[in-house]
Design a binder for this molecule. Sequence first.
Ligand code: ACO
Ligand code: ZN
Length: 284
Amino acid sequence: AGHAPSAPAPTTIRFVQFGNKKTKPWYSAPYPEEYSCSRILYICEFCLKYMKSEYTLCRHMMKCSWRHPPGNEIYRDGKISLFEVDGQQQSVYCQNLCLLAKMFLHSKMLYYDVEPFLFYVMTTYEDCKYHFVGYFSKEKRSASNYNVSCILTLPTYQRKGYGAFLIEFSYLLTQVEQKTGSPEKPLSDLGLVSYRSYWKMRVARCLLQANGPLSIEEISKRTSMDPNDIISALEALSILQRNPRTNEYELHIRQDELQAVCNKWDRKHQQRVHPNLLRWTPYI
Ligand code: ACO
Ligand code: ZN
């Protein structure tokens, strides 16, 4: 999304304390200078306000009444909730969210121009509070058919399947919109492995459910995936192969291999997206 940062301030932030969890930032983020000088940056995990000292954070926690993200809760399944936050209505929250995300994202970033975006924040419910796990942002109107602008799982929650959940959720929204979509480019290395793994499983499942060959157009309709991403998944599944005699592409579907891909995914991902739990209408 948008422009490269103009000369980011060199960061000396060594740690970011988010709630009671401490993490090392991966990249610098353009916090105001007085904050980027502090060795530890303290962030309220509910309203995302950033502070310079533990003392300020403690004082803040006594008066901060937020216990969940702003916006509408559009999905709940047990402890997992997703909130839709409008960048125009909650600009400070969303700017703080982008700054936080920038500490873990190298390339693209918007910080202050949040109005054209919606933010989907995932939380897990513990001790009567909704704890921030991760999020993705999405343009209200994308000229390029992007259905995700930035996606992030906080490092302390990574590699537990939350990223895959967010990806699956983003495609559910696109399905409800009756569109197809793809994440904004360029993808980070971690973004690419996560998406490739999801695309492979999604296309495998679609073909298994169809119980026979489908056109790319038909797969796209059923999965809301962009045709280019479907082709990359078909190649990764070794389904799409060029016939050396006719020089044409052919589909080689091996049901057992597709089943193995899906079984492996299901074993790893206990937390699945259930479309019937979504309470949402597309932005108009
Ligand atoms: N090393 C190797 N593979 C990994 C790693 C890792 N550190 N992390 C995730 N993966 C791969 C794996 O294939 C993983 O499945 P597996 O570990 O079960 O084999 C798959 O990605 C998905 O893993 P999840 O646990 O579902 O994803 P996670 O919650 O860790 O979130 C995400 C993935 C969002 C990309 C996270 O790594 C992150 O926030 N990274 C920093 C920000 C970023 O790069 N975002 C994407 C930018 S591109 C864009 O925004 C459109
Ligand atoms: Zn707060």
